[in-house]
Design a protein around this ligand. Structure first.
Ligand code: GLN
Length: 409
């Protein structure tokens, strides 16, 4: 037994690792807290929390993982998701682009001809998405916003009034962006209520644990792993993660993709949320920011986690031939079944032209393609293929499309 284990109490190695990671960066106090929203300047540079949430609902948290802070730009992917759900992909695409701008979060990246913002992760695109939240009145839209974010977090959320008022009173650049959006027809009516709602959405209070659970909800195809409640239609999860993947870290998106390789979103209060689809969500909180407005320790922690645990999305383990549990021809098996002599004799004679594949695990394009290739290799010596799917745990549409069928199965 390792030192971390005491009789009856074995510390999870994952938690042990997170504690060591937290300790490793606890004294790294590089960066500055955001001050352009005066209320955010009150943050303490020491605050530092890390949380991991798996898609089956396991939580690992260390440090200031329960300290509330305002979600800021991390709200953007979730509001984009709500716009997609309310209006569908085509309608949203007409108003908000999907290209990384490579610019800062508050860049005025509007297409010179259409006036369409570059993408939904920068302020311009995010304000446009807020303008698409459904509801007939500002109260209804506000309720829709909070209700939607709450489903990802798994509990009710509220707005930090002081931060909201602070941003509303000083957010002149965002005002300018909102009026330009109105001028281009991307916002269709008075931009001020939409802007107000955008400031409210940025001021929703969360903690690091919430971020990890929200990220895990995206990782789990839109279903909150703790509550089992669907927060987002599965069809839109891919679009939201794509935008996080290419634009979530603003003008750091390329380097982030290289060294961390996870769809992510940062906010100026110091949060970073990252998702490994199918597996887990990460939330980090540390208010000291670099010049691009991303949390310095947040980036460092995600980089370490990704490298140590091999989380980079393009580092996919080879699944290859593993779905073929066993393969044999029918004359190689003996059965207890009593058959009429003629049938038994026919089976003996023809059995070697019947091939059985016992498949196991998850069938997808990659794993089934290997089976198909094997079947085609033997096409001249086999008349029939039997697929035994008893051990198959899941099968997607791609697997069904390329499974060996006529004329063999
Ligand atoms: N509320 C902030 C703003 O619009 C959000 C920016 C951010 O978190 N990057 O300026």
């Amino acid at each position: 037994m390792s030192e971390g284990s005491i009789q009856g109490h074995v510390l999870s190695p994952v938690l042990e690792y997170l504690e060591a990671l937290h300790a490793q960066f606890a004294d790294h106090l590089e960066g500055e807290v955001a001050t352009y929203i005066p209320e955010l300047a009150k943050a303490n540079g020491q605050w530092f929390g890390i949380c991991l949430a798996t898609t089956d609902g396991q939580i690992y948290e260390v440090g200031d993982s329960r300290r509330p802070f305002t979600i800021q730009s991390i709200s953007k992917p979730f509001v984009y998701a709500a716009a997609l759900e309310a209006h569908g992909r085509e309608a949203v695409l007409r108003k908000i682009g999907v290209e990384p701008s490579g610019d800062a979060f508050n860049a005025i990246s509007l297409d010179p001809v259409s006036g369409r913002p570059a993408n939904p992760m920068i302020n311009a695109g995010a304000i446009a998405a807020t303008g698409m939240l459904p509801g007939d009145t500002p109260d209804e839209r506000y309720a829709h916003l909070l209700g939607s974010l709450a489903r990802y977090a798994g509990h009710e959320l509220c707005v930090d009034e002081a931060v909201y008022v602070s941003e509303r009173e000083t957010g002149f650049r965002n005002q300018a962006i909102a009026f330009l959006l109105r001028n281009a027809g991307v916002l269709e009516d008075d931009p001020l209520p939409t802007l107000d709602l955008y400031f409210q959405q940025c001021s929703v209070l969360v903690d690091c644990r919430d971020l990890a659970i929200m990220a895990a909800t995206l990782a789990a195809g839109g279903v909150n792993p703790l509550t089992g409640v669907r927060a987002l239609d599965a069809d839109h999860v891919e679009s939201v993660l794509s935008m996080m993947g290419s634009c979530g870290m603003y003008d750091f998106a390329g380097e982030w993709s290289l060294s961390v390789g996870l769809p992510a979103k940062s906010g100026v209060s110091g949060g970073i949320l990252a998702t490994l689809p199918g597996h887990l969500g990460i939330g980090v909180f540390s208010p000291l920011l670099d010049a691009r407005g991303n949390s310095v320790r947040g980036i460092a922690v995600c980089r370490e986690l990704s490298q140590r645990f091999g989380l980079h999305l393009f580092n996919v383990p080879q699944t290859g031939a593993t779905v073929i549990h066993r393969t044999y021809s029918a004359d190689e098996v003996s059965s207890n079944r009593v058959r009429p002599p003629a049938v038994a004799a026919a089976l003996q004679r023809l059995g070697r032209r019947i091939r059985v594949y016992e498949l196991a695990g998850a069938l997808s394009f990659g794993t089934v393609e290997v089976v198909v290739r094997d079947v085609l290799d033997k096409v001249n010596t086999q008349d029939f293929v039997i697929l035994d799917l008893e051990r198959v745990t899941e099968s997607d549409f791609a697997a069904a499309t390329c499974s060996p069928h006529s004329p063999f199965a």
